[in-house]
Design a protein around this ligand. Structure first.
Ligand code: SAM
Length: 280
């Protein structure tokens, strides 16, 4: 059994970056009133208590969400995400942090639907409890790499798939590309968001090269981090591969990231880029 538990990392810089991007992608898709489907292949527990033993153990959220919490100068594009956080923490204290499923739930409209997949029994249980009685939400226990094909294309024909593995298995780096290749073939117009860690630049570049080989068009590559890129420095940054990003999401991210970099006190050499990996 794999041992990764997201509770130890919730609210860190990679989460904040990914969740800000996710919220602006969902909001951008909602410019149209037609229904959309949100699919999370590696959903985690849904919400996290930052006062828990797990979150406190490394305290990664202190260099992450704690730096953004209650900032008065947040740009408009970060509003959707920060409003969810404020609603979860109505008092002055930052205690709860939303995982990607809770962010999606708070953003989805009455006409939208969500599918959440998680393989860790404990996190699946927490997720199922959090989403018990949530209408138009399906929670699946199992392997996101295997199960995704059963849900794409969704009947709505519009929506977003978040692929956010733990990369605990080295094979995940190849598996995500195969997964995307197959899913895009089934659903060419879907928006797909793949998260990848920046721990080793060479490994991340290999993943990006494999993405290019798929010849999937319209891929945006976004990277953000706090640390100086160096082997042995842990998770100094992370990246998102966004296939079919909604209109203007690239421009929104270009406005957002310099602010995020400033408030999160990123090192001058830390990654902060928005560029096209593959054109239309
Ligand atoms: C990085 S966490 C997900 C965080 C979540 N997407 C969020 O942003 O709040 C990765 C999750 O994938 C789960 N996982 C690992 N392998 C999986 C697999 N093959 N299928 C589904 N879930 C898996 C882990 O248990 C963990 O909860």
């Amino acid at each position: 059994m794999l041992s990764y538990r997201h509770a130890f990392h919730a609210g860190n810089h990679a989460d904040v970056f990914k969740h800000l991007a996710l919220s602006l992608i969902v909001r951008a898709l909602q410019r149209k009133t037609s229904p959309l489907c949100y699919i999370d292949t590696h959903a985690g527990a849904g919400r996290y208590d930052l006062t828990s033993r797990e979150a406190e153990k490394i305290g990664e959220f202190r260099d992450g969400i704690a730096r953004l919490w209650r900032r008065e100068d947040a740009p408009d594009v970060s509003r959707a995400f920060l409003d969810i956080l404020s609603a979860m923490n109505p008092n002055a204290n930052l205690r709860y942090y939303p995982g990607s499923p809770v962010i999606a739930r708070e953003l989805l409209r009455a006409q939208d639907r969500m599918v959440l997949i998680e393989r860790h029994p404990t996190d699946h249980l927490r997720l199922a409890e959090e989403f018990d009685r949530v209408p138009r939400c399906r929670v699946e226990f199992g392997d996101g790499f295997e199960l995704l094909k059963a849900f794409v294309p969704p009947r709505e024909k519009r929506g977003v798939v978040l692929i956010d593995p733990s990369y605990e298995l080295k094979t995940d780096y190849k598996a995500v590309v195969a997964l995307l290749s197959d899913a895009v073939e089934r659903w060419a117009t879907g928006t797909f968001v793949l998260w990848y860690p920046l721990i080793n630049r060479t490994v991340a570049d290999q993943l990006l090269r494999r993405m290019l080989v798929t010849e999937i068009p319209k891929i945006l590559r976004v990277e953000f981090g706090l640390g100086k890129p160096a082997l042995g420095a842990g998770l100094w940054g992370s990246g998102l591969v966004i296939i079919n990003p909604p209109y203007q999401v690239d421009e929104q991210l270009k406005r957002l990231l310099p602010w995020l970099r400033r408030v999160m006190k990123a090192a001058p050499e830390a990654p902060c880029t928005v560029s096209w990996l593959a054109a239309e």
